[in-house]
Design a protein around this ligand. Structure first.
Ligand SMILES: [Zn+2]
Length: 273
């Protein structure tokens, strides 16, 4: 589950993104998943071992397309990672693990296959490829970002998307956590020269810092709109959505409602309403 404000539909998705990252686009486009889920194949150029991030939905054709892409590039998949547990990212993981014989590592123990967990602060190394795990809860409680320092890139799952903005999936997602995560990514981008965003949906972005700053500004603006709506007497999440998200495709209103619930909780927790 993802975006609330799809933007330019012409931007291309899939294929070579950076020296170490290749995208296989899953055939599950929708207002919530934009062009579909981006499954990422990562490897050092001179290594035959690859990591897959987010196998995507349980779609045999897609999972086999990921395998074929690895084979074409002379790679063998050695590990599967999940950015979070939403079905459009994780549903195919068990089948993919079966096809590849790999472990699945995720923050949520229920999604893991194998012994090893995954959490912020860890460094994953496969065939010389280094990924630093960054805890970025907010979209969901289990959301992670993977920092690929060699390419100055971050794989953000649904925390940052290639178009529009994402949602905070109340009650699992918490807005205060999400804002903290965006600030963490802003600091990472500023201090470690991260330029590229490899998102879970939508095209690759080349201005990580600007994008995260836009997200923070957008969240602040939406929050102010919600606060104003509540002050004007709009009480339920549905009423607030109809008021504040009038510019957004109605297909996304159910998702917007979850975001509004997260915002109402944030405003309440901070004594603002
Ligand atoms: Zn999601």
């Amino acid at each position: 589950m993802t975006g609330l404000l799809p933007g330019d539909p012409a931007a291309t998705v899939g294929g070579v993104a950076t020296e170490r990252a290749f995208c296989v686009l899953a055939p599950n486009p929708s207002p919530m998943t934009l062009d579909g889920t981006n499954t990422w194949l990562l490897a050092e150029p001179d290594s035959e071992l690859a990591v897959v991030v987010d196998p995507g939905p349980l779609d045999e054709g897609h999972l086999r397309a990921v395998l074929a892409a690895a084979e074409q590039r002379g790679k063998r998949i050695a590990l599967t990672l999940l950015t979070h547990g939403h079905h459009d990212h994780a549903e195919g993981a068990a089948r993919f693990a079966e096809l590849t014989g790999t472990q699945v590592r995720a923050l949520d123990p229920a999604l893991r296959l194998g012994e090893e967990g995954l959490h912020g602060g860890q460094v994953i190394e496969v065939g010389g490829l280094e990924l630093r795990v960054v805890a970025t809860p907010g979209h969901t409680a289990d959301s992670l970002t993977f920092h690929l320092p060699a390419d100055g890139a971050i794989l953000t799952g649904d925390t940052v998307l290639g178009r529009g903005t994402t949602m905070v999936a109340h009650p699992d997602g918490v807005l205060g956590d999400y804002l903290d995560s965006l600030r963490r990514l802003r600091a990472l981008a500023a201090q470690h020269g991260v330029g590229t965003v490899l998102p879970g949906h939508g095209p690759v972005l080349t201005d990580a810092l600007g994008t995260v700053e836009y997200y923070l500004a957008h969240r602040a603006a939406r929050l102010a709109q919600v606060e104003t709506a509540v002050e004007a007497g709009y009480r339920t999440a549905q009423q607030v959505v109809a008021r504040v998200y009038a510019d957004v495709d109605r297909a996304l209103w159910p998702a917007a409602e979850l975001s509004v619930l997260a915002q109402l909780r944030y405003l309440e927790d901070h004594g603002l309403i």
